[in-house]
Design a binder for this molecule. Structure first.
Ligand SMILES: Nc1ncnc2c1ncn2[C@@H]1O[C@H](COP(=O)(O)OP(=O)(O)O)[C@@H](O)[C@H]1O
Ligand SMILES: [Mg+2]
Length: 289
């Protein structure tokens, strides 16, 4: 496929995808192998797209390229009809409110010396929200993820792992974004906390015009949240489609192996996980803890 086709911006905003990744290739350094090799996918408005593959398959590299944190070797990234493949720092800042991220380890990105309210109001300041409105917006975001009033005064170490991931989600959502890149956002959490955070992410997108790129190595996690899924192997897309279809009838051998592969080595634990996931899917939204 050609990588030089022009960006066609539809006059109908509703018909413009939220995100288009076209023939994206990325290599680290001048000579290394391609970490991402000719990857194309689209995320519709308000859609959750899962991105799965083994460790090293290029998932994080794609997420970081969308966020402007890794330079693109070739191909294009188009956000709401606008080519964002190579933006200046100043142009990138104009996107900060609309395009946000939640990473695996929020603790590493929270300043231990500052109350978490500071981490939430910073993106509002960048987005030009007046000071007088920021306090309320921060409190509303913390409330939306189930954290108690006054949480904005507390420090990162005063939160549990699951609570810190809620802080990270609140920080991502405080600017009312269009797209959130979630990179292994629940992978470090224990199973019941994973379930709570996934339910929270699911609840937060309901009624909001909010899309997710949901990156995970665990098929069950993606299955719970994503309408469509892209399967990556060594930087290449081996399969993509509706999550349910891919799960029911995987076309690529790699996808079958990925689905059969135990994310945990212990078969009893694996069986327990499967059962827990079945219960999670069957249950209504779990209470916030
Ligand atoms: N900063 C980096 N410098 C060089 N190679 C990297 C860097 N980050 C990732 N890679 C390589 O790129 C490939 C894809 O990595 P990554 O995107 O982290 O995969 P995943 O998130 O699916 O585990 C791997 O081969 C990895 O070793
Ligand atoms: Mg990764």
């Amino acid at each position: 496929m050609s990588t030089v086709e022009p960006v066609v911006t539809s006059p109908d905003a509703a018909a413009t995808p939220l995100l288009e990744v076209r023939n994206l290739s990325i290599r680290y350094g001048r000579k290394g192998p391609l970490a991402v090799d000719d990857v194309s996918f689209t995320i519709g408005r308000g859609e959750t797209l899962g991105l799965i593959g083994e460790s090293g398959s290029g998932k994080t590299t794609i997420g970081r390229a969308i966020l402007g944190l890794v330079p693109v070797t070739s191909g294009r990234i188009i956000f709401e009809g606008r080519d964002i493949t190579r933006l200046s720092a100043a142009d990138r800042r104009t996107l900060q409110g609309d395009l946000r991220a939640v990473f695996q380890d929020p603790f590493s990105s929270l300043d231990p010396r500052k109350p978490i309210g500071d981490a939430l109001s910073a993106p509002l300041r960048v987005a030009g929200v007046p000071r007088a409105d920021r306090t309320f917006r921060v409190q509303a975001a913390l409330d939306s993820v189930g954290l108690a009033p006054g949480s904005e005064e507390r420090y990162p170490r005063q939160f549990s792992g699951g609570q810190r991931q809620r802080v990270a989600i609140a920080r991502a959502l405080v600017t009312d974004p269009r797209l959130v890149v979630c990179d292994e956002a629940v992978s470090a959490l224990d199973l019941s906390t994973q379930a709570q955070v996934l339910n929270l992410l699911s609840d937060l997108r309901a009624g909001a015009d909010l899309g997710y790129l949901f990156i995970a190595h665990d098929m069950a996690v993606v299955e719970f949240l994503a309408q469509r899924v892209v399967v990556l192997n060594r930087g290449r897309v081996v399969e993509q489609g509706e999550t349910r279809e891919v799960m029911r009838n995987p076309q690529a051998h790699y996808t079958r192996v990925l689905m059969a592969a135990s994310p945990v080595p212990d078969p009893d634990e694996q069986a327990r996980r499967r059962q827990a996931w079945q219960q999670l899917k069957a249950s209504a939204s779990a209470p916030v803890a």
